[in-house]
Design a protein around this ligand. Structure first.
Ligand code: PLP
Length: 380
């Protein structure tokens, strides 16, 4: 069994069969010539299959200890594929603290197709069990959550899903397989916004699903081909390239995340700091159990809890660029209430802690001292 850093470099990739090229070529083609009808080399049309995309799908399946991977045009397109496995009348229990775009897809699109969603805090299983009934078909877990950095016990949720006869899907975007392997903990499907750490360089929008279940895989590939929300070969190549450094990037993200979280904790203008590495974090013990590091995402609030005070900090950094998204090598700063989570009504978002002064940091792989200096100046 290879260690993760080795797998990140080699997973899914074979020398190109025609030339021996060590890097998977970008098969920039929509179709493939057949010698006679049905007599082809395994590829017919690039929506259905493309060698560059397939190499990436295999790589992701291997990194997540799964059997099957499928890549999509975005994380939301991957989530959309899972929703299409459901039928009207089915019910989904989702964490109430989740990426705003997932919430929008669930409530503004799939509710209209007759799927019922329950959004609940998932810090303990009892709250989730209360919502289970015979229609429950899916439990949707994001851990760590975006942006509150809540931690949900995947093993516990897998037990609830099993009792309910429902599937458990884990959005593993924040942790990545470098820190957390949900399939090993009992999840049925993993969803990724590949856009983030897997791509790692803020140059691609992509999503992926991974499973080891044959029946789920069959549905997943059927929907991928039928709905057609696939990614292109150039983007697949960029992510294959990004994956090779996933392991070392994540180590640096974790190290810098720790330095920034501790700096903020002691800052007089900062109120709360959300980072699962703190012993005082509600589910620190669960994070320690299921993750091998605490990641590079940190959120915090200001003692002056206003949009104006937050805006001053958000416009005052130089290294931390004010932008949506996360998980790239460069540090980003964002304001969930008006940016990533603007799709969630104020009353709803405030219930989960997304208050006006909440600031989210995606801490890059720069030198920590420079990042601390940048934050210090912006907070002064
Ligand atoms: C945790 C999480 N899940 C899903 C998504 C959606 O991914 P995409 O933007 O690639 O569609 C995001 C994007 O920000 C995210 O942060």
């Amino acid at each position: 069994m290879m260690k993760f850093g080795t797998k990140a470099v080699h997973a899914g990739v074979e020398p190109d069969p025609t030339t021996g090229a060590i890097m998977t070529p970008i098969y920039q083609t929509s179709t493939y010539v057949q010698a006679a009808p049905g007599d082809h080399k395994g590829y017919e049309y690039s929506r259905t299959g493309n060698p560059t995309r397939n190499a990436l799908e295999n790589a992701l399946a291997e990194l997540e200890n799964g059997k099957y991977g499928a890549c999509f045009g975005s994380g939301l397109a991957a989530t959309d594929c899972i929703m299409k496995m459901l039928k009207p009348g089915d019910e989904v229990i989702s964490t109430n603290d989740l990426y705003g775009g997932s919430y929008r897809l669930f409530t503004k699109i799939y509710e209209d197709f007759g799927i019922k969603f329950h959004f609940v805090p998932m810090a303990n299983a009892a709250t989730v069990r209360e919502k289970v009934n015979e229609n429950t078909k899916l439990i949707w877990v994001e851990t760590p959550t975006n942006p509150m950095m809540n931690i949900i016990d995947i093993e516990e949720m897998a037990a609830v899903a099993k009792e309910a006869g429902a599937l458990l899907c884990v959005d593993n975007t924040f942790a990545t397989p470098a820190l957390q392997q949900p399939l090993d903990l009992g999840a049925d499907i993993i969803m990724h916004s590949v856009t983030k750490y897997l791509g790692g360089h803020s140059d691609v929008v992509m999503g992926a699903l991974v499973t080891k279940d044959d029946a789920i895989a069959e549905k997943m590939y059927f929907i991928q081909n039928s709905s057609g929300a696939v990614c292109g070969p150039m983007d697949s190549f960029l992510v294959l390239r990004g994956l090779k450094t996933l392991s070392i990037r994540i180590k640096q993200h974790c190290e810098n995340g720790k330095a920034v979280a501790n700096f903020l904790k002691d800052h007089p203008k900062v109120d709360k700091v959300y980072w699962p590495g703190f012993e005082s974090h509600t589910n620190h013990a669960v994070a320690k159990k299921q993750m091998s590091g605490f990641g590079g995402m940190v959120s915090f609030t200001l003692k002056e809890n206003t949009v104006e005070a937050a805006t001053k900090v958000l416009s005052g950094t130089h290294l931390f660029a004010l932008a949506e998204s996360l998980g790239g090598v460069e540090s980003l700063i964002g304001h969930p209430a008006t940016m990533t989570h603007a799709a969630i009504p104020k009353q709803e978002r405030e219930k989960t802690g997304v208050v006006d002064s909440l600031i989210r940091l995606s801490i890059g792989i720069e030198d920590a001292e420079d990042l601390l200096e940048d934050l210090k100046k912006a907070l002064d």
